[in-house]
Design a protein around this ligand. Structure first.
Ligand code: ADP
Ligand code: MG
Length: 257
């Protein structure tokens, strides 16, 4: 059975794309067939796994707007068990074009259905806003993974996304669950990081992943090489943390099944 997880937080720069790319690669490395769906017009998840966007003739935009099948859009990442549904800049226009269409929130859900059986995990990287693209992702998903940067205002942003999740649960997707809250860019030398961790864990004891992603320069270098961190520097703490997250996700899934 396949599981769709969207990675969302309306704040930019909290580690959504880094998590989408590296968790997808780590799941694939564990031999779980994984599809990485890029729903951000910036297309950083696509280039992060080595997709050359200049050579794409079609992208997730065509899936949402032109009814092009997911099957014909999926590209190989060059890594076993990892496929990509890439995004290009034209996706930015999809929001407006979808706005007046019927079933605009369910486009992604129905478009992914025909290819689901091939994958154990589908990870969707969302843009940094709670717009129609993110709503499409939340409507398609069984779970939402919320990356939270360990900084002072972390908790404030959380209430806004939780409210959006409740809205989606009330109408478009009653089965949507919080897959987990992931603490990112944790800096062990910074007292604030620990304070944020304690506060978030106190409020959401069941939701916060045990795994914490450290601030690690290898994670920020890897995208410029078009590689997930496990193929850029397997010995790094960043690589170890995303491999651990993949194991935790697989284990949790097993418990719920
Ligand atoms: P988002 O997708 O939420 O906007 P990104 O994943 O693109 O966030 O991360 C924002 C920036 O921070 C990027 O330059 C990325 O390389 C860097 N970054 C993300 N996570 C880490 C980390 N754990 N350690 C160091 N740098 C990170
Ligand atoms: Mg991003």
């Amino acid at each position: 059975m396949s599981k769709i997880i969207c990675i969302a937080n309306q704040k930019g720069g909290v580690g959504k794309t880094t998590t989408a790319v590296n968790l997808a690669a780590a799941l694939a490395a564990a031999e779980c067939p994984t599809l990485l769906v890029d729903m951000d017009p910036q297309g950083n998840a696509s280039s992060g796994v080595g997709v050359d966007k200049t050579r794409l003739r079609q992208s997730v935009y065509d899936l949402l707007i032109n009814d092009v099948s997911a099957d014909s859009l999926v590209v190989d990442s060059g890594h076993r068990f990892l496929h990509v549904l890439p995004a290009t800049a034209d996706l930015a226009g999809a929001e407006l074009e979808l706005a007046t269409e019927s079933g605009r929130e369910q486009r992604l859900k129905y478009a992914l259905a025909p290819v689901l059986a091939r994958y154990r995990y589908v990870l969707i990287d969302c843009p940094p806003s709670l717009n129609l693209l993110t709503i499409n992702a939340m409507t398609a998903a069984a779970g939402i993974l919320i990356p939270l940067q360990c900084e002072f205002y972390a908790m404030e942003g959380l209430s806004q996304i939780l409210q959006t999740i409740r809205l989606v649960q009330r109408g478009l997707n009653p089965l949507l669950k919080i897959e987990g809250i992931l603490l990112t860019m944790f800096d062990a030398r910074n007292r604030l990081s620990k304070e944020v961790e304690d506060e978030v864990r106190a409020h959401f004891p069941a939701e916060v992943f045990e795994t914490v992603i450290p601030r690690n320069v290898r994670l920020s270098e890897a995208p410029s090489h078009g590689k997930p961190v496990i193929y850029y520097d397997i010995a790094s703490r960043g690589a170890a943390s995303y491999l651990q997250l993949a194991r935790e996700l697989i284990r949790r899934g097993g418990e719920h099944a």
